[in-house]
Design a protein around this ligand. Structure first.
Ligand code: RFL
Ligand code: PHB
Length: 393
C-alpha cells in the first residue's frame, strides 16, 4: 500500500489529524492495535479549548459538538469551603471553554472517517515504523495473519504514552523529562444531574476533588487518592461519602448520587520527550507528553500538536516548503511546555502533598495569592482557556 501520511494510533490526535489532512486532499492511512469499540469505551477528558473547537470545525466534524457541547464562561475554585469564581470570559476578553467528552469527539471523528472512505486498520498487531531518517519511510503491521507494508512520505506517531513510535527512535536521541506525583485521581462517571452548572475545583483538608460533567444528566467527579490506592477498595457509597466530605457544604447537600457507570484511578504524571520528531517520524499528543489532568490540558495539547503538524504539512505539500517539517518539534514544544507548566502549577496549588509540611503551607498561600485579585485571576484564566496557537510561516 502507498499513502502520503501513515498515522499510527486512532485516539483523538490520530483521528483529528487524519480528518484535517483528508479535507485538504492529503491521503492518509490510520492504524490502531485495538478495536473502535475499545477506544470508545475509554472515559477521559472533558474540557475543550476554543482552538480545538476551531480545528473540529475545520475538519468538518463540529456539528454535534456545537449543538450538544456546553459553553462555559466561568469555573469555580472552592478553598476550604469558600467559592472563588474565575470569570473566564470577562478576564480573557471574551473566551470560554466547551464541555464535551473525549469519547464523543472520538465517536464523531470515527464516523467522519468512515464516511470519508480513508483506509483504517483496527486490531492491527506488530505495528512498526521503519527508515524514518530516509525520505522513503514505511510502516509494517499484521492483520488477520498477514503482514502488510505502507510506503509513505511521513509517519505520524499518535499512539499514546505506551505506543511503538517513541520506542522505535534509537537510544541516545531523545531526552525524557518526568515528574511523578505522590497521588492519583479516582474518577467516577454517573448518570446523575451534575451538582453545579460550572465545574468546581475543590481544595479541602481531606484533599483535592473535582466536580465536572458531560451533560445536564451525566456527572464526572474525581477525588485525590494515594498512589497505591486500589479501585476495588472504593464502593460507590465510599466514593460519594468521600466526595461529600471534600466539597463545600451547600454542594454536598444538593449532590445527587447514583450507581457508577465507570470508576478508575489515574496516576498523575508530567512527562515530555525532546525532540518530538526523528527524521520523518513525528510524535503527537500523549506519545510525546503527559500532563496531570488538573489544568484540563492533556487532550488540548494533543490538538495543538495536530494543529502544528497539519499546518506544516499543508505548506509542505501545497507550497513546496521543504524547510518546515524539520521545525515541527521546536514549534510544538513551545506550546507543550506552557501546558506542562500550567498543569504542574495547578496541580501544586490545588493538592495536598505531605500533610503539615512547609511546602503544603506555601502551596496554600500561592493559591490564595492568585485568587485574591482580578489581575492574578486573569493569569490563571488566560491559560485555562488556552494560549493561542503559533502561526506557521
Ligand atoms: P490516546 O488517546 O492514548 O490514543 C492513542 C492510540 O494509539 C493506539 N496505540 C497503538 N496503535 C497501534 N500500534 C501500537 N503499538 C499502539 N499503541 C497504542 C491506542 O490503542 C490508542 O487508540 O492518545 P492521543 O490521541 O494522543 O490523545 C491524548 C488524550 O487521550 C489524552 O491526552 C487525555 O485523555 C489525557 N487525559 C485527560 N486529559 C484531560 O485533558 N482531562 C482529563 O480528564 C483526562 N483524563 C487522561 C485522563 C488520560 C488517561 N490515561 C491515558 C490513562 C484519564 C486517563 C485514565
Ligand atoms: C473531566 O471532566 O474529566 C475533567 C475536567 C477538568 C479537568 C480534568 C478532567 O481539569
Amino acid at each position: 500500500m502507498k499513502t502520503q501520511v501513515a498515522i499510527i494510533g486512532s485516539g483523538p490526535s490520530g483521528l483529528l489529524l487524519g480528518q484535517l489532512l483528508h479535507q485538504q486532499g492529503i491521503d492518509n492511512i490510520l492504524l490502531d492495535r485495538v478495536s473502535p469499540a475499545y477506544i470508545l469505551g475509554r472515559i477521559r477528558a472533558g474540557v475543550i479549548e476554543q482552538g480545538f473547537v476551531g480545528l473540529m470545525k475545520e475538519a468538518g466534524v463540529a456539528e454535534r459538538m456545537l449543538r450538544e457541547g456546553e459553553i462555559h464562561h466561568e469555573v469555580d475554585i472552592a478553598v476550604h469551603g469558600d467559592y472563588h469564581t474565575i470569570n473566564l470570559t470577562e478576564l480573557t476578553g471574551g473566551k470560554s471553554v466547551t464541555v464535551y467528552g473525549q469519547t464523543e469527539i472520538t465517536h464523531d471523528l470515527m464516523e467522519a472517517r468512515t464516511a470519508s472512505g480513508q483506509l483504517s486498520f483496527y486490531e492491527a498487531t506488530n505495528v512498526k515504523p521503519h527508515d524514518m531518517k530516509s525520505d522513503k519511510p514505511f510502516v509494517t503491521f499484521e492483520k488477520d495473519g498477514e503482514t502488510h507494508r505502507i510506503d509513505c512520505d511521513y509517519i505520524a506517531g499518535c499512539d499514546g504514552s505506551h505506543g511503538v513510535c517513541r520506542a522505535a527512535i534509537p537510544k541516545g536521541i531523545l531526552t525524557e523529562y518526568e515528574r511523578i506525583y505522590p497521588f492519583g485521581w479516582l474518577g467516577l462517571l454517573s448518570d446523575t444531574p451534575p451538582v453545579n452548572y460550572e465545574l468546581i475545583y475543590v481544595k479541602s483538608d481531606e484533599g483535592f476533588a473535582l466536580c465536572s460533567k458531560r451533560s445536564e444528566t451525566r456527572s464526572r467527579y474525581y477525588v485525590q487518592v494515594p498512589l497505591d490506592e486500589k479501585v476495588e477498595n472504593w464502593s460507590d457509597d465510599r466514593f460519594w461519602d468521600e466526595l461529600k466530605r471534600r466539597i463545600p457544604e451547600d454542594a454536598a447537600n444538593r449532590l445527587v448520587t447514583g450507581p457508577s457507570i465507570e470508576k478508575s484511578i489515574a496516576p498523575l504524571r508530567s512527562f515530555v520527550v525532546e525532540p518530538m520528531q526523528y527524521g520523518r517520524l513525528f510524535l503527537l499528543g500523549d506519545a510525546a507528553h503527559i500532563v496531570p489532568p488538573t489544568g484540563a490540558k492533556g487532550l488540548n495539547l494533543a490538538a495543538s500538536d495536530v494543529n502544528t503538524l497539519y499546518r506544516i504539512l499543508i505548506k509542505t505539500y501545497k507550497e513546496g516548503r521543504t524547510d518546515l517539517t524539520q521545525r515541527y518539534s521546536e514549534i510544538a514544544l513551545r506550546r507543550v511546555w506552557n501546558g506542562v507548566r500550567f498543569s504542574w502549577w495547578m496541580t501544586n496549588m490545588l493538592h495536598h502533598f505531605y500533610r503539615d509540611s512547609i511546602e503544603d503551607k506555601i502551596r496554600d498561600s500561592e493559591l490564595n495569592f492568585f485568587l485574591a485579585s482580578e489581575h492574578r485571576r486573569r493569569i490563571l484564566a488566560e491559560q485555562y482557556v488556552g494560549l493561542p496557537y503559533e502561526d506557521i510561516d
